[in-house]
Design a protein. Structure first.
Length: 384
């Protein structure tokens, strides 16, 4: 029996699908350790407690509880920790597991290196990686920049495996063909998400018969509403506010394109949600999921922070013929093989089987480009 323990600050809906898929497999026992079910600020964003399926949940908040729980598992258990630092759960779990000589893997997103104090973050990670370099068997790096960052901080390249957020595919829905076009943004209204850039690009283009729907809330809402009201096509910008995750997914699935213009996103789970629904994505080059968008062969990746680049990609997406149900089905099929919970479980099992052996590591499934049955029908607008 293979035993796997996930150590996270909360029950992440972006990890729950992978956890459920692993726990449903024969011969695998899965545990999930969290300090709380849903963080309050996430609940305010519409997040609900995620279903872990057959995995066993353990709630541990205090250092004493975390340390005691770390000692309850057998020596052969694999522990997957949420990063090297940054939250109380890992700050207590990682040393407790290392002291026991446990088998440890670290699952980590790209680190936000914007700003003048980025060097301090790198210094802190170098210290942590030096401290746990021998204790941590491997790293699962989420996002295209993470592997390079880990290498710069001293973690061996041979022990780094690309990883992603693997989600449960949503029910199959599509926009009605011939309807008014709709683009959608889903996320917080905060500076790093650059919703202002999206509003300005959409306003400058003034695309006919096209709506831009904004799902989410945050401290910049009033400022962004004022910016939207100043656009020549202000009536085409819709504010939907905070929605439950299932409703937000339904808006993504019924849209013609999802836009994620962030100045930084470790991955960007909405990208995976969109692709799994058969919805093309345009995202910035600062999103970890940009590598999946490129491989999808549709939508595109624009230069982070550059409005003209975003406008060019929006034009390309909107200039193409409206996607047929068959084209969306092909994108869904590729995403299911690349970013679904079942694909993630199979890939993680392959990584664990290959690690420490002479066999070639498996190729990350989302890095395998989509091959369309009829390439001439698929419009591809991908940079670099």
């Amino acid at each position: 029996m293979t035993e796997i323990v996930f150590w996270q600050s909360m029950i992440s809906p972006h990890q729950a699908g992978l956890v459920r898929a692993l726990a449903a497999k024969p011969g695998i026992s899965v545990h999930y350790v969290a300090a709380e079910t849903v963080e309050p600020h996430r609940a305010a964003m519409g997040w609900a407690r995620a279903d872990l399926g057959q995995a066993k949940l353990h709630l541990a908040e205090t250092p004493a509880e975390i340390t005691a729980l770390a000692g309850r598992f057998s020596k052969g258990t694999l522990h997957l920790c949420q990063g090297f630092r940054g939250n109380g759960m890992i700050a207590n779990a990682l040393p407790a597991l290392a002291d026991r000589g446990a088998r440890i893997g670290v699952m980590m997103e790209a680190v936000d290196q914007r700003g003048g104090k980025a060097w301090l973050k790198k210094l802190a990670y170098r210290y942590q990686i030096r401290r746990y370099r021998e204790a941590v068997a491997f790293c699962l790096s989420i996002g295209q920049q993470t592997q390079h960052f880990l290498e710069q901080c001293g973690f061996p390249r041979s022990r780094i495996y690309p990883f992603s957020y693997f989600l449960t595919p949503p029910p199959v829905t599509s926009p009605a063909e011939g309807h008014e076009r709709r683009l959608v943004y889903v996320g917080r209204l905060v500076p790093l998400k650059r919703v202002d850039l999206l509003i300005e690009a959409f306003g400058a283009l003034r695309p006919l018969r096209t709506k831009l729907s904004l799902v989410g809330s945050g401290p910049l809402e009033n400022e962004l509403r004022a910016l939207a009201a100043a656009q020549p096509n202000a009536e085409a910008i819709q504010w939907l506010g905070t929605l439950p995750n299932t409703e937000a997914q339904a808006h993504i699935a019924s849209s013609d394109g999802l836009i994620l213009p962030s100045d930084y996103d470790g991955w960007g789970a909405v990208v995976s949600e969109a692709l799994l629904a058969g919805t093309p994505v345009i995202c910035s080059s600062a999103c970890g999921a940009a590598e999946a968008v490129k491989a999808s062969g549709v939508g595109g990746v624009f230069a982070s922070g550059e409005k003209l680049s975003l406008m060019q990609h929006l034009l390309s997406l909107l200039a193409a013929d409206q996607w047929s149900h068959a084209q969306r089905a092909r994108l869904r099929a590729w995403a299911h093989q690349s970013l679904s919970d079942e694909a993630g479980a199979a890939y993680l099992q392959a990584v664990l089987a290959a690690h420490g052996h002479s066999c070639t590591p498996p190729k990350a499934p989302w890095l395998c480009p989509q091959v369309a049955e009829k390439p001439q029908e698929i419009k591809t607008f991908v940079t670099g």
